[in-house]
Design a protein around this ligand. Structure first.
Ligand code: ASP
Ligand code: CP
Length: 308
């Protein structure tokens, strides 16, 4: 097993499949009356969040607690980061407290990679800037596999603000490793030139959502990340929704078995309408639940299952 999980590219097919299979075992714990395993007793997991989060932060905390680890939640707001303390000094402080794993979300792309150079424990990237979010890709792959029975040969459309999406990057890397085909769809302003070739050859780019919908097994809608947009990348929210939003009529053009995903949080009415988000095809709530099992598997394999 690897020591850190920083990128979707850190996982080869066998390791990614091991994580997904372990997550399936972890999911059985969620159905028990006592939702706890002793696997990480005596280990310390630090959640180090420099950026807002609901799902990722809560599910890492739940995952670590279900494995009986001690959990320290650190939020940059209200900490000595506000007094100017650097990431390195914060990391060394956590190290002194005996962190076995540091789960980090940071606005700077690459911050988890630097952290991994400074701490002895494992580092898990919980989202760095516009770069990567590998556990999101794993929980997405888990959800696809459990809904559709396989990943190999699936056609996955990832739609919207690819430019600012760490979810898209990690998904392209992981899904291509696991044999799925990805088509990136969005306005030309929100799809970086050469991204497909740079991440995974075989990935397609298309600017016409309607042309691709009848041909996909999965459509993954991305949030329009206005907080990362200095410029205007499209004429108006209404125009964006008209061309790239998933609404009821578009959803009905999908093959009958196809599922609709979104990592959350959603801009309801922009990239996805409430009718679609709340439909039986939507796996959005399931993705959140699967996130706990997948993060249990990641922590277990990084900390417990590698005989370190
Ligand atoms: N929650 C995901 C992330 O942090 C997706 C998003 O914010 O749009 O990357
Ligand atoms: N999907 C996701 O990462 O959600 P949060 O930003 O709420 O953690």
């Amino acid at each position: 097993m690897i020591r850190h999980l920083l990128s979707g590219a850190d996982l080869d097919a066998a390791t990614a499949t091991l994580v997904l299979d372990t997550a399936a075992e972890m999911a059985t714990v969620a159905g028990r009356e006592v939702k706890k395993l002793p696997a990480l007793r005596g280990r310390t997991v630090v959640n180090l969040f420099y950026e807002d989060s609901t799902r990722t932060r809560i599910s890492f905390e739940a995952a670590a607690k279900r494995l009986s680890a001690d959990v320290i939640n650190f939020s940059a707001k209200g900490s000595s980061v506000a007094k100017g303390e650097s990431l390195k000094d914060t990391a060394l402080t956590l190290q002194a407290m005996g962190a076995d794993a540091v789960v980090v979300r940071h606005p700077a792309s690459g911050a988890p990679h630097r952290l991994a150079e400074w701490v002895d424990g494992s580092v898990v990237n919980a989202g760095d800037g516009t770069h990567e979010h590998p556990t999101q890709a794993l929980l997405d792959a888990y959800t696809m596999r459990s809904r559709l029975g396989r990943l190999d040969g699936l056609h996955v459309a990832i739609v919207g603000d690819v430019l600012h999406s760490r979810v898209a990057r990690s998904n392209v890397l992981l899904l291509s490793t696991l044999g799925a085909k990805v088509t990136l769809i969005g306005p030309p302003t929100l799809i970086p030139v050469d991204i497909a070739a740079a991440l995974a050859p075989g990935t397609d780019v298309c600017y016409d959502l309607d042309a691709v919908l009848p041909d996909v097994d999965v459509v993954m809608m991305l949030r329009v990340q206005r907080e990362r947009m200095g410029d205007s990348y499209f004429p108006s929210a209404r125009e964006y929704a008209r061309r790239y939003g998933l609404d009821g009529p578009r959803m009905r053009r999908l093959p009958e078995h196809a599922i609709v995903m979104h990592p959350g949080p959603m801009n309801r009415g922009m990239e996805i309408t409430p009718e679609v988000a709340d439909s039986p095809r939507s796996t959005i709530v399931e993705q959140v639940a699967n996130g706990v099992s997948v993060r249990m598997a990641v922590l277990y394999l990084l900390l417990g299952g590698n005989n370190r």
